[in-house]
Write a protein that binds this ligand. Structure first.
Ligand SMILES: [Zn+2]
Length: 347
């Protein structure tokens, strides 16, 4: 008997022979201090995300030091896209006024925010940075990139991320930066870790648009919608029309809503991945394992208590199934089975 029911594993971890096959596809270890010992002892593989200019180099260093354990991901997160200028700008203030169209309605808030905002970087600089990092690691993914219609800009992200301004980053601006990064990932044949919050319809339209724009090249890469909060209906549309799209779940984000169980129940066994979304390397393994157990419970899959050859595919445990999904995600080269109709794309 290689598998046991998920509840028997609560608060315990399986042996290293099983953990070796677990992948935390999305986390942010460089947001905290990383003890070398923690990395040495880490039994799982992690997808380490970058989010802004300052952490691209940290992710690069981590992947260089631990090439067998770290899949580095380079990209610019939607929360910081106001720092990026799509076109040449006259001054810092002019750039940010252009992004925050309602700056005149909140003059004090705007001036206070402006003090903390960095000099903008051009999209061209950002893309060149991502390109160089992706080319330096053959396994590297694009991430974390995406769109977010829920987040408001804080006055100072570093010192007080909870102190929010009235401003949001326009979706068109976020999309322009996301699409430019996705075009680059397609050109270089790299997989993507994507953030999508309160943007289900915009994400569906984006995926439809990318399929139209890039055709077969788009099918060569895989997209992971990270900490996916989609309704089962939205997911099922994506699953049917976009064979290169997967999703991953974390207890950090998804356990806040019971929706994730409905999503797990509805999704194909082949499209689901797990993650921690953790900012501390020491939490990554346990949090990822917690989500493995939730997936096992909802799908009714056994949990491996040791690693043995499995002959009968229907007897496969949760770790083996998720590992297979990860392999298919990494391999890419998906087959487009149906044509997008204009109606489906807009409906
Ligand atoms: Zn994240």
């Amino acid at each position: 008997m290689i598998g046991v029911q998920a509840w028997k594993f609560r608060d315990t971890l399986p042996p290293p022979s099983v953990l070796r096959h677990v992948v935390d596809i999305h986390c942010h270890p460089t947001d905290s201090e990383i003890p070398v010992q923690s990395m040495d002892n880490l039994p799982i593989i992690i997808g380490a995300m970058s989010t802004l200019q300052a952490d691209q180099g940290l992710v690069r260093d981590l992947a260089t030091a631990f090439p067998d354990k770290v899949v580095p991901s380079f990209g610019y997160h939607p929360w910081f896209t106001h720092w990026i200028a799509l076109v040449p700008y006259e001054s810092k203030e002019e750039h940010y006024r252009c992004i925050f169209k309602d700056a005149d309605e909140h003059p004090e808030a705007f001036q206070k925010l402006l003090l903390h905002l960095p000099e903008p970087v051009t999209l061209q600089t950002v893309l060149e940075d991502v390109r160089q990092n992706l080319m330096a690691f053959s396994s590297a993914m694009l991430g974390e990139v995406g769109i977010d219609r829920a987040s408001r800009v804080p006055y100072n992200y570093v010192s007080s991320p909870g102190d929010l301004t009235p401003f949001t980053i326009p979706l068109e601006h976020q999309l322009a930066i996301l699409e430019a990064q996705l075009d680059l990932a397609t050109e270089l044949g790299r997989n993507v870790s994507m953030h999508s919050v309160k943007s289900q319809q915009a994400t569906v339209e984006l995926l439809d648009r990318m399929t139209e724009r890039h055709g077969e090249r788009w099918m060569k890469i895989s997209i992971d919608i990270h900490s996916c909060g989609f309704s089962p209906q939205t997911w099922l549309y994506i699953e049917k029309h976009h064979p290169n799209v997967f999703f991953s779940l974390s207890t950090a984000i998804n356990s806040r809503s019971p929706n994730h169980r409905a999503l797990i129940a509805a999704c194909s066994s082949r499209r689901i991945l797990v993650e921690s979304d953790c900012h501390k390397i020491d939490d990554s393994m346990q949090r990822t394992w917690d989500m493995v157990l939730i997936v096992a419970e909802v799908k009714g899959w056994p949990v491996e208590s040791s690693w043995e050859e499995v002959v009968d595919e229907s007897q496969q445990g949760v770790v083996r199934r998720l590992e297979n999904n990860w392999r298919e995600f990494v391999q890419g080269n998906h087959v487009q089975t149906r044509k997008l109709s204009k109606r489906a794309a807009s409906g």
